[in-house]
Write a protein that binds this ligand. Structure first.
Ligand code: NIG
Ligand code: FE
Length: 381
């Protein structure tokens, strides 16, 4: 196996709890893993050497929430919202129609293009949900496509009740034949628990059915208003509650006392003109927070975690370091992974070189393409 020494790192964000930032650092990659991290002056020899001239290196981003398997465009809805229309869950059905009409090859090509776009912006681990098929055949296609791209596949048959379906019959399908077909491709099950989507009771039935099939739990909750689903998710041991735009004090307390991560999705608030989630309130209460893109054609059509970091710092009360850690180690925690999201010996060699001296520039220089080189499993090609 060849080893590579990356040296001259002006600032290394390791994500280590004890020492999250090392100045004047170096790092050694051995194959797909990190072998050594520390001060450049103490670095061991390696087969090859990369000199980065004082620039910053951070962990590759872990985007724990995306909906990349879809076809079609909903830019018209975005434009209507910018002139005052509210966001509703109903737009999902438009994407369902476009997705069903596309071929599996088209869906795969579109999702692959978005994964590549995300990687160019520093994302090295990505979760991908189904949820725009909403029939056994079309959800199965979606999880198959997602599985081509990532090991972090989430079955979201419970996105909305599709046109023409009766609620109870559809919930039976999601917890029965659709789950049977999709579970072999998925690691997670998710439910959109919201007005216009699924009720608390339906959500509980669906999550319990997924858990019985061995899937880990995640939910969309508190996007459009406060929801008892946050506490349900905590009680059921969900890995993550996503959105958390509206939370009661009891929700925050329950999250703080649990292992459930609160995943904030500022791209959705940007694109729907909703209030910003209060990251500061969560962090001060001791809640584990992640930042993710929620990339989807309806409510958040961005793959850029640097953009989400800038929003979180400017609008949600996070420091630049808290935001970077939420988009790396926080995303890893939301996926219950300890092999990604941190730059420590033994971790996967997923790292990003910034064209900047510090991680602060990700928020300080918003909209600027600062990601200059990305290594994923030790490879930068
Ligand atoms: O996370 N909230 C549910 N699902 C997506 C939106 C999907 C859509 O509007 O197409 C979200 O925001
Ligand atoms: Fe989502």
């Amino acid at each position: 196996m060849t080893t590579t020494l990356i040296t001259g790192i002006g600032e290394l964000v390791t994500g280590d709890v004890e020492r999250p930032i090392v100045p004047d650092a170096a790092l050694v990659i051995d194959g797909e893993r990190i072998a050594w991290v520390g001060e450049a002056a103490a670095a061991p020899d390696a087969d090859t050497r990369v000199e980065v001239a004082g620039r910053a290196v951070i962990p590759g981003f872990v985007d724990s929430h995306t909906h990349l398997v879809f076809a079609g465009d909903r830019g018209d809805e975005f434009a209507a919202r910018m002139s005052g229309r509210p966001y509703t869950a109903g737009g999902i059905r438009r994407t369902v129609a476009a997705t069903r009409s596309a071929s599996e090859a088209e869906l795969l090509a579109n999702a692959r293009r978005l994964v590549a776009e995300a990687r160019r912006q520093g994302t090295t681990t990505i979760e991908v949900k189904s949820g725009y098929g909403l029939s056994v055949e079309h959800e199965l296609r979606s999880v198959r496509v997602a599985r081509e791209l990532t090991e972090e596949v989430t079955f979201l048959g419970a996105h909305v009740v599709p046109d023409g379906a009766e609620r109870d019959t559809y919930v039976e399908l999601v917890t029965g034949a659709m789950l049977d077909a999709c579970a072999p491709y998925a690691r997670w099950i998710d439910v959109f628990c919201e007005t216009g989507a699924f009720t608390l009771d339906e959500t509980e039935r669906i999550l319990r059915a997924g858990a019985a099939r061995g899937l880990g739990l995640r939910v969309h909750a508190g996007q459009l208003g406060p929801s008892a689903c946050v506490r349900l998710a905590v009680e059921l041991g969900a890995a993550s509650v996503d959105h958390c735009t509206f939370l009661t004090d009891d929700d925050v307390e329950a999250l703080a006392a649990s292992d459930t991560v609160a995943t904030l999705l500022p791209g959705a608030e940007f694109s729907t003109r909703q209030p910003w989630p209060d990251a500061r309130r969560l962090l001060d209460a001791g809640v584990r927070v992640a930042l993710a893109s929620d990339c989807n054609p309806g409510s958040s059509f961005t793959t850029s975690l640097p953009f989400c970091i800038a929003l979180a710092v400017r609008e949600m009360g996070m420091t630049p370091l808290e935001a970077v850690l939420a988009a790396t180690a926080g995303g890893a925690a939301a996926l219950r992974r300890d092999d990604v999201g941190r730059l420590l010996p033994g971790a996967r060699a997923d790292l990003v070189l910034l064209d900047a001296p510090s991680h602060v520039h990700l928020a300080y220089r918003p909209g600027v393409p600062l990601v200059s080189r990305v290594w994923s499993r030790g490879s930068d090609t």
